[in-house]
Design a protein around this ligand. Structure first.
Ligand SMILES: Cc1cc2nc3c(=O)[nH]c(=O)nc-3n(C[C@H](O)[C@H](O)[C@H](O)COP(=O)(O)O)c2cc1C
Length: 169
């Protein structure tokens, strides 16, 4: 049985809310909740399927708790792992760096051999640039509480159906 985790900071309000929605949408499937602020390399490596909540802070940077974990990721082989990223950002406030954190994390995970799933279309968003872009898709799910909060539920539900499929392929 492949183990699945959802990893996010338990101290965040918005990322935490989206994580709870994702968990609800998984319903009876077993997904373990892991606090990104207490994450170890060993715990990370014990899962085959991983959902990560990666907000963008500091004008295009990762929050400190993820930044501090990067060295642990830089030395592991992630071949065989399927990882789905969801990222919070503000496309009006930070149009040049919209969900850059997802892109920073995606680049690193891919360079270590992980298979990323859960890419989504950029249709319906307005921004200038993003490190999370892969062609006309984001390397994950973009959630914008500040400007498009009413779309969160629909976006999360569709994304969870997508990643469930991609996790099992
Ligand atoms: C100081 C500050 C810097 C931010 N920088 C960015 C940014 O560069 N790109 C972006 O898309 N969002 C940016 N945001 C928006 C946050 O990502 C957004 O508010 C998100 O919902 C925060 O989630 P969290 O509270 O769960 O960490 C920034 C917000 C603040 C307050």
């Amino acid at each position: 049985m492949q183990k699945t985790a959802i990893i996010f900071s338990f101290n965040t309000k918005k990322t935490g809310k989206v994580a709870e929605r994702i968990l609800e949408a998984f319903q009876d499937e077993q997904v373990e909740k892991v606090n990104a602020e207490e994450l170890t390399q060993e715990v990370f490596m014990s899962f085959e399927r991983i959902i990560m909540g990666v907000a963008t802070w500091f004008d295009g940077e990762l929050p400190n708790y993820w930044d501090e974990f990067l060295p642990a990721l830089e030395e592991v082989d992630l071949k065989g792992k399927k990882i789905a990223l969801f990222g919070l950002g503000d496309q009006k406030g930070y149009p040049e760096n919209f969900i850059d954190g997802v892109g920073i994390m995606a680049d690193l995970l891919e360079s270590r051999g992980a298979t990323l799933v859960g890419f989504t279309s950029t249709a319906g968003y307005e921004f200038e640039s993003s490190r999370a872009l892969r062609g006309d898709h984001f390397a994950g799910l973009a959630i914008d509480y500040e400007n498009q909060g009413s779309m969160n539920k629909e976006r999360v539900t569709a994304w969870v159906e997508q990643i469930k499929r991609e996790f099992s392929q």
